[in-house]
Design a protein around this ligand. Structure first.
Ligand code: FMN
Length: 350
């Protein structure tokens, strides 16, 4: 099968691949620009890139400034090549500010999930930016489509469908995650297709996000009727990913039985490795932390067993005792630290 180009709004890439936004500081300028330069959609993760450890003072401004600098750096590394975008989680307390900074910085696309991105078109205005919601059910997609059409006369430019086996936060109940056959990518595709037909959105690109690590995985989703894929887990251990090498090695060494789903302070289930931190959390022990900046709208620091920002920053630093290792079910496909180009070159081999 010849891999088709991926067209979203006025953007087009050689490969039907979007690099998933991965926070904290995994998908930064190096990773996103490497993907763009190889012929995919490169995505900067906007979460946790302010100097959050310095505390509450100027949290919003720090995040905006650092994100704008990261975007500028990525643009330079891309040498003018497109499409370079950003992933912004709805759950962030500075959601609006980051979107407005992304618009001012001239991103090509915005991917937004971890909640329903209902006000996104308002913050983007008439800027020529592709808007791509992330959803995990036809019902959620319909709410987004209906709201955007009614309030802003705006259609999504594509939709990312996250399945129950993917990495990071999951838009499913624990029960559904235990029975992934009830919400498989095939079932979700039909639900989304139904909304596309009812709202006259024919041609809207559907992107599958779940367990993609090679050409055969991409072909499987194309055959199912998707137009492209979003890849998270398989890009975590690239040379260009922003986290410390010791943390990359944790992912390389992990086995399928090390993967668990726990409740995240974000308010959603999250798939992670059973790291020392997670083992402590699973016993009900509360980590010592104070919350100086309230980075998440949905987090109640008094009730959370751990601070997810602190834990993901520990991963970034390579502090394996205190790090949180978000991961998808296909962790065993990740067996080495490798350059992004190696993955894209492999797509050219039939
Ligand atoms: C380490 C890690 C960090 C992630 N960070 C984010 C994030 O900041 N925002 C977001 O919307 N999704 C995030 N995700 C979810 C991904 O964007 C993506 O949809 C998912 O990982 C795709 O499935 P895969 O991991 O099976 O390839 C993250 C996933 C992982 C594994």
């Amino acid at each position: 099968m010849k891999l088709p180009a991926l067209k979203i709004r006025n953007l087009e890439t050689k490969y039907p691949v979007i690099q998933a936004g991965m926070g904290v500081r995994i998908g930064m300028a190096e990773l996103s620009s490497a993907v763009v330069n190889c012929g995919g959609f490169g995505t900067i993760a906007s979460v946790g890139i302010g100097d959050v450890e310095r505390g509450k003072i100027r949290f919003v401004e720090e995040c905006n400034e650092n994100f704008a600098l990261e975007l500028k750096k990525a643009r330079e590394l891309c040498g003018g090549k497109k499409p370079l975008g950003v992933n912004v989680m709805v759950a962030l307390s500075n959601y609006e500010e980051i979107i407005r900074t992304a618009v001012a910085g001239g991103v090509d696309f915005i991917i937004s999930g971890a909640g329903l991105p209902l006000p996104l078109p308002e913050y983007v205005g008439d800027a020529d930016i592709a808007l791509i919601p992330v959803i995990s059910s036809g019902r959620a997609f319909e709410v987004v489509v209906k709201t955007w059409l009614r309030k802003y006369n705006r259609k999504p430019d594509a939709v990312i469908v996250e399945g129950p086996k993917c990495g990071g936060h999951l838009g499913f109940t624990m029960e559904m995650i235990e029975h992934p056959e009830t919400c498989s990518m095939e079932i979700l595709r039909k639900e989304i297709q139904d909304v596309i037909a009812r709202y006259n959105l024919e041609g809207l690109p559907m992107i599958a996000a779940e367990e993609v690590a090679c050409r055969a995985d991409i072909e499987r989703f194309l055959r199912m009727g998707y137009d492209g894929v979003q890849i998270g887990t398989y890009f975590i251990t690239t040379e260009e990913a922003g986290i410390d090498r010791r943390s990359k090695q944790v992912f390389v060494d992990a086995k399928a039985e090390d993967v668990v789903v726990i409740k995240s302070p974000v308010g959603l289930p999250v798939r992670v490795l059973k790291s020392p931190l997670v083992q402590r959390v699973l016993t009900g022990e509360r980590e010592k932390f104070t919350c100086p900046y309230r980075c998440l709208r949905s987090c109640n620091p008094a009730k959370s067993l751990f601070c997810i920002a602190k834990a993901l920053l520990a991963t970034w630093r390579g502090d394996t005792d205190n790090g949180l290792y978000m991961v998808g079910c296909n962790i065993e496909a990740v067996r080495k630290i490798y350059p992004v180009k190696e993955f894209f070159d492999s797509l050219d081999r039939e």
